[in-house]
Design a protein around this ligand. Structure first.
Ligand code: AMP
Length: 211
């Protein structure tokens, strides 16, 4: 089973993907995380991606699509795509080599997103993500490192990223309308996970009949 997670930065699609990964034994592919790891390791892909990411822009489609194609050579598992596709061109290309069974759009009001993103902090060593509410001392609870603000969580980049997301969100939702489910993540995570469980219950029944 392959799942696409749609949602703006800060919507919580990464957290929900982590839940799906552990509960349904799927592989979680976060394109943002792969790109950030490449930047950290100063690979040629990382050097190219940094120019776009730090300004809040999208990395060119062909770069990201090739990266995904490479990962999908492993056909032994189902995937959760988190942060991919980001636009209709990527969605159409993905459709040529991978069947998508479910698309979950994680929706959160813009004001809440802005607050979440501006209080987001990340550990530079182990990549654990916190908010200022969960780590007011700005120290990583796992490895003790001083937390940092991601370059693309700075105010100008946040605004640009949300605008870019909003431009393509409805087009992607229309494209995936036959397999689309919407989940509101404006409140607590527990309520959201309950909705996701219900969706998965329904989808799994259909999926197992087909396969
Ligand atoms: P994310 O962690 O998903 O918010 O992604 C962080 C940044 O990585 C984005 O703002 C983009 O610059 C880049 N990125 C991640 N996924 C994609 C994608 N599918 N297409 C283009 N750029 C991407």
């Amino acid at each position: 089973m392959n799942i696409v997670m749609l949602g703006a930065a800060g919507s919580g699609k990464g957290t929900i993907s982590d839940y799906l990964k552990s509960e349904y034994s799927l592989k979680h592919i976060s394109t943002g995380e792969i790109l950030r790891n490449n930047i950290k390791m100063q690979t040629p892909l990382g050097r190219l991606a940094a120019e776009y990411i730090n300004d809040g822009n999208l990395v060119p489609d062909e770069v990201v699509v090739d990266m995904i194609k490479d990962i999908l050579k492993d056909k032994s598992t189902g995937y959760i795509f988190d942060g991919f596709p980001r636009n209709i061109n990527q969605a159409k290309q993905l459709n040529e080599f991978c069947k998508i069974d479910l698309v979950i759009s994680v929706e959160v009001e813009r004001e809440i997103l802005m607050n979440r993103l501006s209080s987001r902090r990340v550990c530079p060593k182990c990549n654990t993500t916190y908010s200022l509410q969960t780590a007011p001392d700005e120290i990583c609870k796992t490895c003790g490192a001083k937390l940092i603000i991601r370059d693309d969580d700075k105010p100008e980049s946040i605004k640009k990223r949300l605008e870019i997301y909003e431009q393509s969100a409805q087009i992607l939702k229309d494209y995936y309308k036959n397999v689309l489910k919407i989940v509101d993540n404006s409140k607590d995570l527990e309520t959201t996970i309950k909705s996701v469980k219900q969706i998965m219950g329904g989808i799994q029944k259909i999926w197992f009949v087909k396969h």
